[in-house]
Design a protein around this ligand. Structure first.
Ligand SMILES: [Zn+2]
Length: 470
């Protein structure tokens, strides 16, 4: 029988040696030690072939991370897991996007070697638990990792907290040559599973199986025997697999838990299992083929598409180079000056002024007009516009973002030569307007008046108030 996925980790958890802080520190500092980074509970996996991507400690030196958790020793080398969720775009930060990726373990498990899947399950559960248990459940104080992450201790009351494992009873209910399977609401079509549920407080595993099967399917269960278990690291369950003997046959499902429950014959299951294995193998072959050479293939395909599109539009095979040495050479060949004239912005205006041309080309729109959304109302240039939300160029302004807009305008002005950049310390109209919407118009007027009187108000107010003052 194949090992049960997520079980059978080859690492030695070193229950005795990990109590020695000196030994652990030496392992942390040992350049041979291996670190498995996890980002938002996703382990780092090599792309081809799929496997855990171990890294050296120095890889994470620039990143602020919680203390790595010790997973165990393998082949004389210490293995740790490290939470790198602090990185914003980790694949970019670490420069590994070509060779590895942070992937959801639940979907990647089918393609991972069994030992790697087991180590990843251990790492995922432990890193997730540490991230969620920074405070003491007894006194609310801060906790610290102890024994290399085997548990946490409270700084204030010294209470010890151990990683949680939630037992789940999962049972195949059998009756003669048939077994009972169910499917939950929203599951993929044709997907059925053995019935399962969390073991509740003060309940034996057998009690839990009997209760769950009765609650979900209305079937009475007698003898329950334990078969095998599986760590289920989403986030911290332990599935306890049982075989249960049914004592009744009629099914009455609980629609909140199940969409359907059915008795399946042994033959039907054998057939389904065979076709499932075939499909899984095909999917794995497909995945392997897709991942090999996929990026080269995509690049070539995109280039061919560009060439076809240019041919259709009657353009030469390649676009003219727009910048760099190739562009200058191309312009020289065509007898053009070394650089193209700037088309927009300050440089363009300067160039037009030098040539004695008006500031803007005929028909050219001002940048602020250009920014108007197509669905904005026709331009209203009347500064005494009756609708205060319609600005100088007809753009409808939302009250809630006014403060941010004003801060941005202030930044732009601050960048002018001779000015010192400083953001206004006043909360701005945005905050006042949010409050005003909540408490009504009278208070809005009051808030505005107060904001006008505020000594923190910057010297040159922008926006509506400034226009009104003119
Ligand atoms: Zn405490």
């Amino acid at each position: 029988m194949d090992p049960i996925p997520f079980s059978g980790s080859p690492l030695d958890r070193e229950g005795v040696r990990r109590r020695d802080r000196g030994w652990l520190d030496a392992r942390l500092a040992d350049p041979a030690s291996r670190f498995l980074p996890l980002w938002q509970s996703k382990p780092l996996l090599k792309r081809e072939p799929r496997a855990l991507a171990w890294a050296k400690r120095e890889f994470f030196e620039d990143l602020e991370t919680p203390e790595p958790v010790f997973l165990g020793s393998g082949e004389g080398v210490a293995h740790f897991a490290i939470d790198v969720s602090a990185a914003e775009k980790p694949e970019v930060t670490f420069g590994i996007a070509d060779v590895a990726s942070f992937d959801e373990l639940r979907t990647a498990v089918a393609l991972l070697p069994a030992a790697d899947a087991a180590i990843a399950a251990h790492a995922r559960t432990l890193v997730d638990w540490h991230a969620r248990h920074r405070h003491c459940a007894a006194c609310g104080g801060h906790t610290r990792s102890a024994l290399g992450g085997a548990h946490r201790v409270c700084f204030d009351c010294q209470a010890e907290h151990f990683p949680r494992t939630d037992p789940v009873a999962i049972a195949v209910v059998v009756r003669g040559n048939q077994c009972l399977l169910g499917r939950g609401p929203g599951w993929p079509a044709k997907m059925f599973s053995a019935l399962a549920g969390f073991v509740e407080a003060g309940e034996s595993l057998e009690d839990a199986v009997r209760r769950e099967v009765m609650e979900e399917a209305g079937v009475r269960v007698g003898r329950v025997s334990y078969l095998a278990s599986q760590p289920w690291p989403f986030p911290s369950s332990l599935m306890l697999g049982c075989v249960a003997q049914a004592e009744s046959e009629a099914i009455a499902i609980d629609p909140a838990e199940l969409e359907e429950a059915r008795w399946f014959s042994r033959d039907a299951l054998r057939q389904a299992s065979r076709s499932l294995q075939g499909r899984e193998a095909a999917a794995q072959r497909g995945e392997a083929e897709r991942s090999v050479g996929s990026r080269e293939g995509q690049g070539r395909e995109a280039a061919a598409q560009r060439r076809r599109s240019r041919a259709k539009r009657g353009l030469p095979r390649r676009a003219r180079p727009r910048s760099g040495r190739a562009a200058r050479r191309s312009r020289a060949k065509r007898g053009l000056p070394r650089r193209a004239r700037p088309r927009s912005g300050r440089a363009a205006r300067r160039s037009r002024a030098k040539r004695g041309l008006p500031r803007r080309a005929a028909g050219e729109r001002s940048p602020s007009e250009g920014r108007d959304r197509p669905d904005s109302p026709p331009a209203v240039r009347d500064r005494t516009s009756p609708d205060p939300r319609v600005g100088r160029f007809g753009r409808r302004r939302s009250r809630l973002t006014h403060g941010r807009r004003r801060a941005r305008a202030h930044d732009r002005r601050s960048r002018a030569p001779g000015r010192v950049a400083r953001r206004p310390r006043h909360p701005g109209w945005g905050a006042a307007a949010v409050g005003a919407l909540r408490v009504g118009r009278r208070v809005e007027r009051d808030l505005r008046a107060r904001a006008r009187r505020s000594p923190l108000r910057p010297a040159a107010p922008a926006g509506r108030a400034a226009r009104r003052a003119q």
